[in-house]
Design a protein around this ligand. Structure first.
Ligand code: SF4
Ligand code: SF4
Length: 147
């Protein structure tokens, strides 16, 4: 069983259709809504954790895309520039999901993208600009995606 965090963007013509429900019904995927924001009659954005076998997750993502949902993989949008990180730990306490954590015994800060919900806090506090991409960290910023 694997998991992927995806940002789904629903334009007004599809935002009230029950496509997420069909991920469970037709693909037997487990989903967990991490964040959601609805701008009535304009746009819906949902940050979703999908759980299941890799190939079934991919089929579910294709199903969403075929139904005109914009799907962005969070792992492609949030990353750490390893050369810039000095493991100062400033980001750890602010991360709401423990995606950033201090590992013993070397006290290095680990980043687990599968736990990340793209809240953007680490990008704001990192003094070395190690956490990227800050403009995409706010997945609910209006007008970021035009398709
Ligand atoms: S704040 Fe920046 S430099 Fe410090 S541990 Fe976090 S990512 Fe690394
Ligand atoms: S974007 Fe938010 S959830 Fe993701 S690693 Fe940074 S602080 Fe944690």
């Amino acid at each position: 069983m694997n998991s992927k965090n995806v940002l789904l963007i629903f334009k007004s013509n599809i935002m009230y259709k029950p496509v997420i429900y069909r991920l469970a019904k037709d693909f037997d995927l487990v989903f967990n809504i991490l964040e959601a924001k609805i701008l009535p009659r304009r746009e819906g954005r949902i940050l979703l954790e999908l759980r299941g076998p890799d190939e079934i997750i991919d089929q579910g993502i294709k199903f969403l895309q075929d139904h005109h949902v914009v799907v962005e993989l969070l792992s492609e949008k949030v990353w750490r520039e390893e050369d810039n990180c000095v493991h100062c730990g400033a980001c750890v306490g602010l991360c709401p999901t423990a995606a950033l954590s201090v590992h013993e015994p070397d006290r290095k800060v680990a980043f687990e993208v599968t736990k990340c919900v793209a809240c953007g806090m680490c990008g704001l506090v990192c003094p070395f600009g190690a956490m990227k991409d800050i403009t995409l960290f706010d997945p609910f910023a209006e007008g970021r995606v035009n398709s």
